[in-house]
Design a protein. Sequence first.
Length: 105
Amino acid sequence: MTIKLHGLDGEHSLTLDVGGLAADGAVADAGHEPNGYFWEGLVRFAWPDIAERLEFDSEAGMFCAVGSPSDLARLKAAVASVITSPEAVRDIIARAETSGFEFDD
């Protein structure tokens, strides 16, 4: 697991290199591609209060959020607890599907 918090020239970002995460199997079992776009959707669904204050620049191999250091620190703590827990990811996916949320992976 590699979650990096960056700050350069007044812009701050949080990146996560995807692939090889403990939760990847749970994502794939649910019919999703465990890529940056999936994780962006998961963040938007699971933590909308944080997500609404961020900008995203995810790619297939990387999740990327841009925002204030405090919002990114909160997001880092939340995401770190989920990417290592297939059970937590399964729960979020199930709640998202029940609510009609669609992942863009």
